[in-house]
Design a protein around this ligand. Structure first.
Ligand SMILES: Cc1cc2nc3c(=O)[nH]c(=O)nc-3n(C[C@H](O)[C@H](O)[C@H](O)COP(=O)(O)OP(=O)(O)OC[C@H]3O[C@@H](n4cnc5c(N)ncnc54)[C@H](O)[C@@H]3O)c2cc1C
Length: 455
């Protein structure tokens, strides 16, 4: 029996999310697991992590696997995110990471994350699929003059640690390469990453994995995990099972408690929402000095992220509610629509053609977790991308594939990433903890808004 954190509407595995991404790709047909199968590795979760792990196991190490997803492949966050290929997949600052892990290991973690951005370019090129790349690097914008110093400091730390080129932009400079609007007080350009079509990335990984002999099944949720002749037997909802010597857990924000005790209460899922407007005209874009296809993140504590899509629609993302009910989602999406118009006044009330949501995964480690259970050496995992998994999750799948095939001789997985996060002390209170954090961060942002008006 498995337990979920949010309202049942977030776990309708049989339905595809009504996203812009689903509307702009053709999905291949993928079978359910209809009969028992055997594999060296069984992978639970067919998102970026699971599909990349399967592809790299097969392509680089000749190890066969079966991937099981509760929905269609890419059904989870991988097929519904903002498509910003960005770093870091962490909720801790560079100085915080350095004080915990030391400078060398922090640099190694960042290099790994930057390699994830590179992988999002090189893997599609090598495997012959198109992720519809846009933009150049990533922009971070100060929503208030007081926030610019923090952005510049972060950019400086990043440049010193990694050598990534960064550029500081005043308000006019930001408008020249980015956009205008009421919450643009300059910012920084980070010369790493870009933007892509996330579902095209996930389905490209799927196709490449299948071409290498990986067996991928959709609508096949694992509902029971049995030990069997020294290995594992994963039973799906229809009763068919996969028997494997090793298992990879790649379920991230959808990791259910009760699947395996090793993972209970390790993840704090949080909802993220996206709106996509109707196509904007060239005049409408000019009215907000919009000049970029590069992804933008603003510096609010509860941030907004946005980008212009190839057909000139604006994708606008923000955090979600803390219950997951359809009513609560409707209220958050209405709030986002209003806020979009406040940030970009000439687009107030603009038509919205797509709205959807999904789950990201936080953890008490504040960085992703990759590794193998200490007391069960055939069980591996990679999760906790802190809402920045477009670069990191496929990279985690690759890293895990290498570790499974070659062994983690202590250093294949960067130390910052290695090992499980601590559990949340009272699993059932995770939603409440999230609500408390949002209240606090929301109050900080509102205080800043008040200051904006009085300054
Ligand atoms: C709205 C939104 C916007 C985002 N924007 C960005 C962004 O712009 N940039 C960025 O870097 N990151 C972003 N992210 C985060 C990013 O999408 C994730 O970090 C990444 O996709 C995680 O990949 P994954 O494969 O680990 O997990 P997922 O893609 O979530 O895959 C997990 C899979 O596990 C399956 N599963 C769960 N339980 C079972 C079971 N019992 N049996 C079988 N299968 C199961 C689910 O069906 C799901 O498909 C965003 C996320 C969301 C939700």
């Amino acid at each position: 029996m498995t337990a979920r954190v949010f309202d049942a509407s977030l776990y309708r595995y049989g339905e595809l999310e009504p996203s812009y991404w689903e509307a702009t790709v053709e999905r291949p047909s993928v079978a359910r697991l209809g009969r028992d199968e055997t594999a060296e590795v069984a992978i639970i979760g067919g998102g970026f992590t699971g599909l990349s792990c399967a592809l790299h196991l097969a392509r680089d190490h000749g190890i066969g696997s079966v991937v099981l997803d509760a929905g269609e492949p890419g059904w989870g966050a991988s097929g519904r995110n903002g498509g910003l290929v960005c770093i870091p997949p962490a909720k801790a600052s560079i100085p915080e990471l350095v004080s915990r892990w030391g400078r060398d290991e922090t640099a190694r973690f960042y290099r790994w994350a930057i390699d994830g951005c590179e992988l999002a370019r090189t893997l599609p090129a090598a495997e012959g699929f198109d992720v519809r790349a846009q933009g150049d690097g990533n922009l971070e914008v100060a929503d208030h003059p007081a926030r610019l110093a923090g952005l510049i400091e972060h950019a400086r730390h990043l440049a010193e640690l990694t050598g990534v080129p960064v550029r500081t932009l005043d308000r006019a400079g930001f408008a020249a390469v980015g956009h205008g609007g009421t919450e643009q007080f300059g910012g920084v350009h980070l010369g790493v990453g870009f933007a892509l079509h996330p579902l095209a990335y996930a389905l490209g990984l799927l196709e490449a994995a299948v071409r290498r002999g990986v067996r991928v099944y959709g609508r096949s949720p694992v509902v029971a995990w049995e030990r069997d002749r020294g290995g594992h037997r994963l039973v799906t909802a229809d009763g068919a099972a996969v028997r494997a010597r090793q298992v990879v857990v790649a379920t991230n924000g959808w990791t259910p408690d009760g699947l395996h005790p090793g993972f209970d209460a390790r993840v704090l899922p949080a909802i993220s929402n996206i709106l996509v407007t109707r196509p904007l005209t060239a005049d409408e874009l000019a009215a907000e000095s919009w000049n970029t296809e590069t992804g933008v993140v603003n510096a609010r504590t509860l941030l907004f992220y946005y980008r212009l899509l190839p057909d000139r629609r604006l994708l606008f993302g923000a955090r979600g509610d803390t219950t997951g009910s359809p009513d609560a989602a409707g209220r958050v999406q209405a709030w986002m629509h209003r806020r979009l118009g406040e940030l970009f006044p000439s687009w107030a009330g603009v038509g919205v053609d797509y709205r959807w949501r999904g789950l990201v995964a936080m953890s008490r480690k504040l960085v992703p977790s990759i590794g193998t259970l200490a007391d069960e050496p055939g069980v591996h995992y990679a999760f906790g991308f802190h809402a920045a998994g477009v670069a990191a999750a496929p990279m985690a799948g690759k890293t895990l594939a290498d570790a499974i095939a070659l062994g983690d001789a202590g250093d294949r997985i960067p130390a910052v990433l290695r090992g499980l996060p601590p559990r949340f002390p009272v699993s059932g209170l995770r939603r409440l903890a999230l609500a408390g954090a949002y209240l606090w961060y929301g109050a900080c942002d509102r205080l800043q808004e008040l200051r904006n008006r009085t300054d």
